[in-house]
Write a protein that binds this ligand. Structure first.
Ligand code: BGC
Length: 751
């Protein structure tokens, strides 16, 4: 058979098998498909364009609501054979379910008509904290708040909902979760991480992937996950987004790799690459990271996607390539499978030229295309026409909202509660609520909420309550007053706050941060804005009980506001149900159980992690107490109290393949039902790489009724005490260790 008769035979087989019908058909044969694809079709599969390229309007100023331009779409399909589309259009906002269906059905049917080989086009979206680009979807706390629950099982439910609602929109691919470790609090995407700790992040990474992909990713309720941004994106030296990172390979492996490793083991289908550079090499051209580490060492078999426009940026920003063509060659040779191009077809054209010239070997291209086709096959995209017959009645439902409420409630972290000022027992107490986050849904949600930066309130879901509205519901409405006081940056009516506060029994000040991410989120200073500081200080002068609620993207410095505040609730960015959760916490319907997933710095330059080295403990007077965070990692109060007793190890020596059991009894010694996070830490006393003063190695969240006790057990294996040595190998060295729970310690010998 020549090339053409092979092709027609194949097309006949497709239709004979009714491959695009709703029912499942026996698997598509990827090798047969590859065999008939032209170079142009292969380059097209490796291209991802933005919705703006195929929609009516200008690229970043689309018609509202977004509407496809059939001529542009047909060009993308028949001339460039594009394999993937993403996003809502830069500068545009969220899309209704109906419009998503219309957009996706049109793409699908045009592809059937215009494409020679009719490979389904895969749509991808940033469903970062829920299906945040679909109107009316359930919005969850951002990842930092999810981590603060220390409750992976609950967090997993949230990812299941996100998968369901994303797929309900017709979209099978989610650019989530962010698995970058949050070690640099200045970074604008800090809130998108699971915090600073390796073990906690690994635990969350696992359930995020499992929640999104499920056991069968082809299910109409699951999506392909995209772990991002591989590797070392979260640690720019300057704290500014996409600026250089200097990270040794040992540290990359010790801190930044494990959450990705876990996600790969969990079956993550795709990965997005770090837009920045590490040690002078942009990750998009780093063969060692993309091919040797990710593919060969970690065995990742899924699709490697660039981040936004990153191949072109190798020329325009990083200047490691003199031309776009050279940049394409470098990125593909380093290991990229698909380019989020996303605003033109230049990548596609250049890739075709490079293949035809022999500058990129065909087997490399075939390997990438094979992986992309496999992803489409795994998602069942070859088998389905539309999702219109599938029941998505739970989209945006009360059931889904209640899961988001639970995640938000369990994330709330009580940092201070002098004289048990909280919870408010008497609903008739007169309350003044003020501050920029008091009456704003956007400040509860942060970026990636209906729009990229999340500032536009046009698309907010009706009926979701702000903190003020939820407090009104919980209290006797007439006793609650609201005055803004200030925006994030400017004083508005602080005097009015002061005058209304005269009649208040308690003052609740809701502090916040303008929703932002990536470059627009860069800041020069972690300090809280002057306007907000002034608001708090002026109200503190009244000597009335003050409750601070902190809805921050990152831990803004509040050291000068703490002493004269009676209670502090750190709420992270708790999402659409955050207002209710916070009000319920204030009135005791929720007993706070969140614990900090990061070390809260006391000063703008005092950024030290809880798992720091002993040398970071040395103070200027040579005493060992330099580590003085505002609040420690893992810290969080409750309305009840817990006692730890009977801490024991089953043995005090651990040899080779052995394991030991750690147990402890935890008692709720107060009068309120509550949840406690039992945290297990260890210290390696002497090691060939300077050991951390302590490291988390296990945790579990338990609920206890008043006076109830539970025994909590953990198993310790030798590998749990391991680290990356100077030869970049994971090892556990023999010697003395300390095992710690709460304030109790036991010695363990490893031999
Ligand atoms: C972000 C990614 C995101 C992509 C697509 C980029 O600017 O860095 O996290 O997935 O845009 O929206």
């Amino acid at each position: 058979m020549n090339k053409y008769s092979r092709f027609f035979f194949f097309v006949m087989m497709l239709f004979a098998g009714n491959i695009f019908a709703q029912k499942k058909v026996a698997g598509i044969n990827i090798d047969s498909l590859l065999a008939i694809m032209t170079i142009e079709e292969k380059a097209g599969q490796m291209t991802q364009i933005d919705l703006g390229v195929i929609a009516q309007g200008d690229i970043c100023k689309l018609k509202n609501p977004q509407t496809l331009d059939l001529a542009k779409l047909d060009l993308a399909i028949s001339t460039y054979h594009i394999g993937s589309i993403l996003n809502v259009g830069c500068g545009s906002g969220t899309i209704s379910l109906e419009n998503w269906h219309s957009i996706l059905n049109t793409i699908h049917s045009e592809n059937l008509h215009q494409s020679r080989i009719k490979i389904p086009i895969i749509y991808g979206i940033d469903a970062i904290h829920g299906a945040n680009y679909t109107m009316g979807a359930t919005l969850f706390p951002q990842e930092i708040g999810q981590a603060a629950t220390w409750n992976p099982a609950l967090v997993e439910k949230g990812y299941q909902v996100t998968a369901y609602e994303t797929r309900a929109s017709g979209i099978p691919w989610n650019f989530s979760p962010v698995l970058d470790l949050g070690r640099q609090p200045l970074w604008s995407r800090y809130f998108e991480t699971f915090g600073e700790d390796v073990y906690l992040s690994k635990s969350m990474a696992k359930v995020a992937i499992r929640g999104l992909e499920g056991n069968d990713v082809s299910s109409p309720y699951q999506v392909a996950a995209c772990m991002k941004h591989f590797l070392g994106y979260s640690m720019p030296l300057s704290g500014k987004d996409r600026t250089p990172a200097w990270i040794s390979e040992r540290e990359l492996r010790e801190y930044f790799l494990p959450s990705f490793e876990t996600a790969i083991k969990q079956g993550a289908k795709t990965v997005m690459i770090n837009s920045g550079e590490i040690n002078g090499t942009p990750v998009h051209v780093n063969y060692d990271i993309l091919t040797k580490l990710l593919r060969e060492e970690l065995g990742f078999t899924g699709v490697i996607l660039t981040d936004w426009e990153d191949i072109y940026k190798l020329v325009s920003i990083h200047r490691v390539a003199a031309s776009k063509k050279e940049a394409v060659r470098m990125a593909i040779m380093a290991g990229i499978d698909m380019s989020m191009t996303p605003n033109d077809f230049e990548f596609t054209k250049l890739l075709v030229e490079l293949i035809k010239e022999g500058s990129i070997p065909m087997d490399k291209i075939d390997a990438s295309v094979r992986r992309i086709l496999q992803l489409k096959k795994d998602l069942g995209l070859f088998n389905t026409t539309t999702n219109s017959k599938i029941d998505y009645s739970l989209f945006g439902s009360k059931q889904h909202a209640s899961i988001s409420y639970d995640v938000a409630s369990e994330s709330l972290t009580l940092l201070k509660n002098t004289n048990q000022i909280l919870p408010i027992q008497n609903k008739k107490e007169r309350i003044l609520v003020c501050g920029p986050a008091a009456n704003s849904l956007n400040l509860l949600n942060g970026a990636w909420t209906h729009t990229w930066q999340g500032v536009d309130s046009t698309y907010n879901t009706p009926g979701k309550l702000t903190i003020y509205q939820a407090i009104q519901k919980n209290a006797n409405e007439s006793s609650v007053q609201y005055v803004l006081g200030c925006t994030i940056d400017s004083v508005v009516n602080i005097e009015e706050c002061i005058s209304k506060a005269q009649n208040a029994d308690k003052i609740i000040i809701c502090l916040g941060e303008t929703p932002c991410t990536e470059l627009p989120g860069n800041i020069d200073n972690l300090a809280l804005t002057n306007a907000q500081q002034l608001l708090v200080k002026r109200l503190q002068e009244l000597n009335k009980p003050i409750i601070l609620v902190c809805c921050f993207n990152r831990p803004r410095i509040i050291n000068n506001l703490i002493d004269k505040s009676d209670a502090i609730i750190y709420s992270y960015l708790p999402g659409d149900e955050g207002g209710r959760a916070i009000a319920d916490c204030i009135y005791g319907i929720v007993n706070p159980s969140g614990k900090l997933p990061f070390t809260y710095p006391s000063n703008v330059n005092a950024i030290t992690h809880y798992d720091h080295k002993a040398s970071e403990d040395l103070a200027t007077d040579f005493s060992i107490n330099a580590y003085k965070p505002q609040f420690d990692f893992g810290f969080g109060l409750s309305y009840t109290s817990f006692e730890y007793t009977n801490f024991s190890l089953s043995k005090n020596t651990l040899s080779s393949n052995d394991s030991i059991e750690v147990s402890v009894t935890v008692k709720n010694s107060g009068n309120t039902k509550g949840k406690e996070v039992v945290q297990l830490y260890y210290t390696d006393l002497v090691a060939s790489i300077t050991p951390s003063v302590k490291k988390l190695m296990g945790f579990s969240k338990i609920e206890l009724m008043p006076k109830e006790s539970k025994e909590q057990r953990f198993m310790i294996h030798r590998s749990d005490l391991s680290f990356i040595n100077k030869d970049l190998k994971r090892v556990t060295e023999n010697g003395e260790f300390q095992i710690m729970i709460n304030n109790q310690k036991k010695t363990l010998y490893v031999n």
